[in-house]
Structures are given as structure tokens and as C-alpha cells.
Design a protein around this ligand. Structure first.
Ligand code: SAM
Ligand code: SF4
Length: 336
């Protein structure tokens, strides 16, 4: 079996599948104005189509699949899809899927966590951008902080672990909570992932000044809770990972695509809800896998299509270049 290798000699192991571009939150850094979904119902991939293409991707060496969106929990009967994809972990043929994960805003998660686990989900990442109720509402447009706390508890209870928490830090909005979040990671034994604000918001309000850099995050936490870099902490991972030097539980991760770019180790590829392959978050082009699927291509032709697309994966993003051209879609459509 030949792995998926791009023109820059990176092996692609990680597939992110967006299940919908709809969302019930209005995070100011993502989908502030609640724009209507771009993808029409008939263009959205069915569960059978997603299962089929994921089966092909796994046969080409994809080890991790993450379901995302928009809000993936809005996709009706997501448990059914998870059940189908979980079979790729135990199929007789090699290679197999190793990790099936979900990223969610946590709104409807607590009451569905048990079924998701039973269906075969391995882990969950939950977004949480403030520990203060009023501010959480300002950031997301929804008064749902308690739900998110309940989601974290439910994820632990049903062993959807390790639980990761994504937090997008934005200057002047929540950067005064960095140390509080580090304390939260220690007290709740979760893996915090601080993410730099990227120019992928549909409101186009991103500015370079609004980024809170990896360096600043590291320094602020270190001053209160000294950190120790974990061995092999980056590799193909996007995050720098730290443990607490005093041995407390929890972990700090910093994902810094802008100030500490990691494109050289990128092993990701993305599939949008309407079946477009994106080779980078910041791509200005997409490749229509849905048409390839629906026009009656056989498996070998689809494999050929995927391989040819992977070869076009960009060497790096150009956010830091003078001539940076914004991505062709915003985060809620691409799938974060
Ligand atoms: N709705 C789910 C959620 O919020 O977890 C999944 C989709 S969301 C697009 C995935 C992740 O992307 C979230 O953790 C979110 O915080 C992050 N994200 C969205 N817009 C972003 C931006 N402009 N810059 C950095 N991260 C962003
Ligand atoms: Fe929705 Fe997630 Fe975007 Fe927030 S970050 S608007 S929850 S898709």
C-alpha cells in the first residue's frame, strides 16, 4: 500500500471531515453574523458517501479522523455515522483507523455522550473561550457555559478521553483568562489547547494585532504555573505540549499557526460538508470529490483523484507574507 504523500514529502495521516456548515453558536471569531449555510441539502455528503470515502482514505494510510463543522452535533443521527466509521478501526484488512474524534461546542453533547461512546467515538474536543458566564455569552452569542462544563464532565464519565479543550485567544476579549484556563486544566485534568486567532472568520474582523502570540501565552502561564515541554511534543502535531512542572494533572497545548508556523510537519487534509477536498485551512482552491463520487467513478479512479489532489498540497500558508490572500471559505464551512 502506498501512503498518501504530498509533493513536499509529507505523509498525510489525518483527515478532518466537516459534517455541516451550520451552527447554533455565533462565535465572533468564526461565524459572527450567522450567515445562512453555503452548502445546499442535496450537495451535503450522505452518511453512506462519507463512510465510503473514509474507507478509501483509511486504505491510503489515514489514521485519524476528526468530525467537525460548523457544529457536527447538528447533523441528525451523528451516532449512526460514528458507528459506521468505527468499523474502520476493527476491519480485518490493513491499514486500520486508529482514532475517531469529534470537535463540538458542547451544546447538546452531555445527553448524547453515552450513545456517542457506545457508537465507537474515541475522544472529544470541546470549545471553551471563557470561564465567565456573561463573557461566554458575549463570545458565542449563547448563554451555555454550564452546558460546556457538563460536556466536560460527560466526556470524562463516558471515557471520551483525554478531553481536549480548544480556546481561541483574542486580544482584549479573553486574554486576561490565560492563567485561569491553566488553573482549570490542572483542577479538571484536561488538555487545554490555546489557539491563535486565524484570519478565517466570516466577519473579516481579524487583525494581526488581535493575535495573542504563543510566546505570550507560554510566559504568562509559566510565571504562575511553571511548565515543562513534553518530549516529542510537536512532531506531526500542531501543538507545543507542556506538562506542569510540579506534576499536577492536565496539559497545556499551544497551537500557533501564525507566530510559530508548523506547516512543514502538517499531516492533514480536509473534506467539507459538501464534499470538497481542501489541502490546507488557507487554500484558495478546492477539489470536488463529491462530483467524482456521484459521476460513477470506480474506487480506483477515486483513489487516483485523491492522490492527485494530495500532490497539490501547499508547502505552507502565507498569512505572514505581504501578499496574503484570504482563504476561499471561512472556518465554519471548512471545518476547524
Ligand atoms: N463547532 C465546533 C466547535 O466550536 O468546537 C466545531 C467546529 S469549530 C470551527 C472548530 C474549532 O475551530 C473550534 O475550536 C473553534 O474555536 C476554532 N475556530 C473557529 N474559528 C477560528 C478562528 N478564526 N481562528 C482560530 N480558531 C478558530
Ligand atoms: Fe459554531 Fe464552532 Fe464556529 Fe463557534 S467555532 S460559530 S461553535 S462552528
Amino acid at each position: 500500500m502506498l501512503f498518501l504523500r504530498d509533493a513536499h514529502n509529507r505523509i498525510i495521516r489525518d483527515l478532518r471531515v466537516s459534517l455541516t456548515d451550520r451552527c447554533n453558536f455565533r462565535c465572533f471569531y468564526c461565524l459572527p453574523n450567522g450567515e445562512p449555510p453555503l452548502a445546499r441539502k442535496e450537495t451535503i455528503l450522505t452518511f453512506e458517501e462519507i463512510e465510503y470515502v473514509c474507507d478509501i482514505f483509511v486504505s491510503l494510510g489515514i489514521e485519524k479522523i476528526r468530525l467537525t463543522g460548523g457544529e457536527p452535533m447538528l447533523r441528525k443521527d451523528i451516532e449512526v455515522l460514528i458507528g459506521k466509521l468505527a468499523r474502520l478501526k476493527s476491519q480485518i484488512s490493513n491499514p486500520k483507523l486508529k482514532d475517531l474524534a469529534l470537535t463540538t461546542n458542547g451544546h447538546t453533547f452531555p445527553r448524547r455522550a453515552e450513545n456517542l461512546k457506545r457508537a465507537g467515538l474515541d475522544r472529544v474536543t470541546i470549545s471553551l473561550d471563557s470561564l465567565r458566564r456573561e463573557r461566554f455569552k458575549e463570545i458565542t452569542g449563547v448563554d451555555a457555559l454550564e452546558n460546556v462544563f457538563d460536556s466536560i464532565e460527560a466526556a470524562k464519565k463516558y471515557h471520551l478521553t483525554p478531553v481536549k479543550i480548544n480556546c481561541v485567544l483574542v486580544r482584549g476579549r479573553n486574554d486576561d483568562e490565560i492563567v485561569d484556563f491553566a488553573r482549570f486544566a490542572r483542577e479538571n485534568d484536561v488538555k487545554m489547547r490555546f489557539i491563535e486567532f486565524m484570519p478565517l472568520d466570516s466577519g473579516h474582523d481579524w487583525t494581526r494585532e488581535s493575535i495573542v502570540s504563543a510566546r505570550e501565552i507560554r510566559e504568562k502561564i509559566n510565571a504562575r504555573f511553571p511548565l515543562a515541554l513534553k518530549e516529542k511534543s510537536r512532531g506531526a502535531e500542531t501543538a507545543w505540549r507542556y506538562e506542569f512542572a510540579d506534576g499536577a494533572p492536565g496539559e497545556i497545548g499551544i497551537v500557533a499557526p501564525v507566530t510559530e508556523m508548523f506547516c512543514g510537519a502538517c499531516s492533514r487534509i480536509r473534506l467539507t460538508a459538501d464534499g470538497q477536498i481542501r489541502t490546507c485551512l488557507f487554500s484558495t482552491e478546492e477539489y470536488n470529490l463529491r462530483d467524482c463520487l456521484r459521476s460513477g467513478s470506480n474506487r480506483a479512479e477515486i483513489v487516483e483523484f485523491i492522490r492527485s489532489v494530495v500532490l497539490k498540497k501547499e508547502a505552507r500558508h502565507t498569512i505572514n507574507d505581504e501578499k496574503f490572500a484570504p482563504a476561499s471559505r471561512s472556518m465554519s464551512f471548512i471545518g476547524g
